[in-house]
Ligand binder design. Structure first.
Ligand code: ATP
Ligand code: MG
Length: 367
């Protein structure tokens, strides 16, 4: 998988940019606030039509302008693809692959696969379950269009059910549609659970070994997928998971009406990360947290390669500055193979990377 070039118009602080990249290592240097992260964000956006930093597309459009554009040439599966996203304030966004308008972001799945690692990934270990669900969703959406479509559907249903539960005391007739929403949420929820369980099983095959090496054989990392309590085996086909979800909903029906909140379903799932048998969320040190997060990301990169036969594009934002020398060496030795984009403030740290291209970013321009 190779990102050959990119073109940006009014993306964040880039008025206009055209750049072509090395198929190996691309080092992006520059002082703070010049646009390094913005460039990686634009690349990652073309994988899933989501930004890792902003919930709303409008935040990606340059201040004072009402549209933005990102376009990339990608070489994958022996073919050339042109991916394009056009964003506009108020009028939503349009996605294109080789000039053909896509119906939704799920259709982007499997074209440009990326793994992004950034300083905020500390939250992946530290924060609540939402961050870890986001990690699972980002990975599986890129690999499985069916999952991406189910996730989009589940989010829509969840939003509508939340509205019903919030407003029913004032508008009791809303409850007439509740059973229908419950059934559809359980159907799509069963698909999410099935895919998540399989992905976590794959992660468990590759990540502990990476982490062992990364930590100098000092720590043992384990992972566990936690989902709706009535599900006995999340690896089973969705149609077998469905009745278990329905029974959980049934048991929580009154509690949902009382709390006026949606309490049952995989929107509460978690990926429990443990180091030496203890919860990483509660006990890991700063360094351990960073190492565990990076192990998860490198694990997902491994799975992408096994699944697609190609390395995904690796986007490393400011990772080296946070690691000690030995861990820096580990990262730099691990990332050979596929195409890599790595940002940093000083160029010397990345000198060890052979070949490739170096760019310097200043105020939204490459110099
Ligand atoms: P650091 O080394 O601090 O991480 P960076 O080079 O990664 O810096 P970016 O995060 O890419 O910096 O941000 C560059 C600049 O883009 C920031 O000054 C930010 O305020 C600006 N910026 C963010 N969003 C927009 C937007 N929608 N329109 C214009 N500028 C924006
Ligand atoms: Mg940055």
């Amino acid at each position: 998988m190779i990102l050959r070039s990119i073109e940006l118009d009014f993306w964040r602080n880039y008025p206009h940019l055209e750049a072509s990249f090395s198929p190996t290592v691309n080092v992006i240097c520059g002082d703070n606030a010049q646009g390094k992260t913005n460039l990686l964000e634009a690349i990652a956006y073309l994988s899933t039509a989501r930004s890792h930093r902003s919930r709303y597309d409008r935040e990606l459009i340059a201040f004072g302008v009402d549209h933005a554009f990102v376009k990339a040439e990608v070489f994958t599966r022996e073919r050339e693809f042109t991916l394009e996203a056009r964003l506009s304030r108020g009028r939503g966004r349009q996605l294109f692959s080789n000039g053909v308008r896509l119906k939704n972001s799920a259709e982007l799945s499997g074209i440009l696969t990326t793994v992004l690692f950034c300083p905020e990934d500390l939250y992946l270990i530290r924060e609540g379950a939402a961050e870890r669900r986001r990690f699972l969703d980002e990975c599986i959406c890129q690999l499985r269009p069916r999952y991406a479509a189910a996730l989009g559907e589940y989010r829509r249903l969840h939003e509508q059910k939340t509205r019903i539960l919030r407003d029913w005391p004032e508008h009791p007739s809303l409850l007439e549609t509740l059973d229908d929403f419950n059934l559809r949420m359980a159907q799509t929820g069963a698909i999410l659970i099935h895919y998540r369980a399989h992905f976590v099983r794959r992660l468990l095959e590759v990540t502990p070994a990476i982490h062992r090496e990364f930590s100098g054989a000092r720590e043992e990392l384990t992972l566990r997928y936690e989902t709706v309590s009535t599900v006995t085996d999340p690896l089973r086909p969705p149609r077998e998971i469905l009745p278990e979800l329905l029974s959980h909903q049934e048991r929580h029906r009154q509690a949902e009406l009382d709390a006026r909140q949606c309490l049952s379903g995989p929107h509460k799932d978690d990926l429990v990360v443990e180091l030496d048998g203890r919860s990483a969320k509660s006990f890991a040190s700063q360094g351990q947290t960073r190492t565990a997060a990076l192990s998860l990301k490198l694990g997902s990169r491994e799975i992408f390669r096994q699944e697609t036969g190609e390395w995904p594009v690796l986007l490393l934002d400011d990772v080296l500055s946070e690691l000690d020398e030995r861990r820096q060496d580990f990262v730099l030795s691990r990332i050979s193979g596929g195409q890599v984009f790595i940002t940093c403030c000083e160029a010397d740290k990345t000198r060890r990377l052979q070949g490739g291209k170096a760019f310097c970013v200043r105020s939204g321009a490459l110099v």
